[in-house]
Every structure is written in C-alpha cells, then in structure tokens.
Design a protein around this ligand. Structure first.
Ligand code: GUN
Length: 281
C-alpha cells in the first residue's frame, strides 16, 4: 500500500490564501520584522522564504541583519525598540545567532504579544497551561496539516522523536491540547522501536537523516517528517523512503512540513496583529 502524500505546499497555499483574504479586510497592514545573523546561509534562505510568503499574504516584512560584531546589548536594544514600536506586530529572531550571542535572554525579551515564533517563556507557559497565546510555527503547522487532511488527533497515540525547544517539546504540548496521548522520545530513550511501532502518528524531529525506517512504523500509521539535514547538497528528512510502504500517510521532504512552518508564521502574525490592535487602541 502506498502512503498518501501529505502535500504541505498545497495546504500552505490554502492557509496563506485564507490569511490573505482576512488581511485584505483589515484597515491596517500588519508588519513583521525578522532579525538574523548575517553569515548563516540556511537562516538567510528560511528568512527569505518566510518574508516572501508574508509579503504575498499582505504583510509588510523587513529584515534586520546582524553583523558579526553585534554585541548582546545592541541586540537587546533592538528588541526593545521593536517592542516599543506600535506599528510592529511581529518579531521573529531566526536561530542560530552568532556563537557569542546568548539567544535565551533575547527570546525572553521579545514582547509576548509580538512573539510570532512562540519562543518567549511566557508563551511556552501559556502553551502548557492551556491558555491562548502565540505558539511555535513548526508544530502548529503539523497540526494544521493533519486538520487539512481531516486526520483525527483526539485519542491518538502520538510519538514524537526529538525533544528540541523549537519542535519536539512544543509539539508535545500542542498535541496534548488536542487530546492526543503523547510520548516524547529522544536520544536516551530505550527501545525506541517499541514506542514508534505503537504510534498512530509519528513525528520525526531528531535531525538524523533516515532514522525512522519501515520496521519502526505500525502499518497504517501517519508519519510527519520534520527533519531537514543537508546531505550531499540536498535536504534529507528523518524518515527513510521505505516508510511509504507501511504508512497510510506521509509528508515528503521537501514540500511537507517546511511550507507549513512558513504559513504558520504568517498566520501567527495575523493573530498577533489582531490581538494587539484590538487591545492597543
Ligand atoms: N531556526 C530553525 N528553525 C527555526 C524556527 O522555527 N524559528 C526560528 N526563529 N529559528 C529557527
């Protein structure tokens, strides 16, 4: 049985069109500011892609490039200026920053109401306590993709492989909010296969190319691949190609979870703009 391909590009296009429709009815243009280290080619590509899609959805996007001499205090000052700028709706600090910069206080300084990546500890707390807030785009995109294909989540056993702050941990919280039963596996997990083989939905987010193989997946399971590791000039996912023979549905790499991340940053910017501007006067 060949798995259904979960087309992230198509689902992202549908979501972006929906956001575009909603933005075109606003009396203002939402504004999103990216901050990134100037020397990282992958960050450059991600930010360009997010920025292009944002513009297409009717958001004014701009990028502040940090040079390698940027000091922590300057970056903190930039965050503070953007927090205070009433016209800025969203602030996204693309990681990684330079090694001499500590990203933790930077992410914590972003106004939680403008935190379109959901990395501020206030939003992390809101995620886990079931409150409304802004939540990380990649795991939000996974759930949105399942909803797009009407794949049920409630009561399903979701096994997430990888415990990063960017994907694994927030994915666990978001699937829990949707009443899934969640297991969060990681590099020290014993007998990973017995866990993944019991999963209705597998989220592969370890950053290890092809680590999830067909023998680790229950026939008929849904498999979401978040891995994007550069191998010989192409991006490889965490899921081996033979998983397509046992899964009922599977995301391709590229064209699966990646485009959904971009679309969710845009959706988060609209949410941020709406909440801010309805309370801001
Ligand atoms: N670097 C890799 N993934 C991400 C992401 O989702 N957001 C940010 N800000 N940086 C990243």
């Amino acid at each position: 049985m060949a798995a259904t391909v979960l087309d992230g590009r198509g689902a992202a296009r549908a979501l972006t069109a929906e956001v575009f429709g909603q933005i075109s009815e606003l009396s203002y243009t939402p504004r999103l500011v990216f901050i990134r280290a100037g020397d990282d080619p992958a960050s450059g590509a991600y930010v360009r892609s997010k920025s292009r899609m944002a513009e297409r959805a009717g958001i004014r996007a701009e990028t502040r490039l940090l040079d390698s001499g940027t000091e922590q205090v300057e970056l903190m000052r930039l965050i503070s200026e953007l927090n205070d700028d009433r016209d800025v709706d969203g602030i996204l600090v693309q990681l990684p920053l330079y090694p001499h910069l500590d990203s933790r206080p930077v992410l914590a300084a972003v106004d939680p109401a403008k935190d379109v990546d959901g990395f501020n500890p206030i939003n992390v707390g809101r995620l886990w306590s079931g409150e409304p807030g802004l939540f990380p785009a990649t795991p939000m995109g996974l759930i949105r993709l399942l909803d797009h294909y009407r794949i049920p989540i409630t009561g399903r056993h979701v096994v997430i492989v990888g415990r990063s702050n960017l994907v694994g941990k927030p994915a666990a919280g978001l699937f829990l909010r949707r009443d899934a039963t969640v297991s969060l596996a990681h590099s020290r997990t014993r007998d990973l296969t017995s866990l993944t083989a019991a999963a209705d939905i597998v989220v592969a987010a370890a950053g290890v190319p092809a680590m999830i193989t067909a023998s680790m997946v229950k026939p008929g399971a849904v498999v979401l691949d978040v891995g994007q590791s550069p191998v010989d000039g192409t991006l490889r996912g965490d899921v081996a190609p033979d998983v397509a023979d046992v899964a009922s549905a599977l995301t391709p790499t590229p064209g699966g979870t990646g485009p959904m991340t971009v679309a969710m940053v845009i959706a988060n910017t609209l949410s941020a703009a709406r909440s801010r501007r309805s309370t801001d006067g």
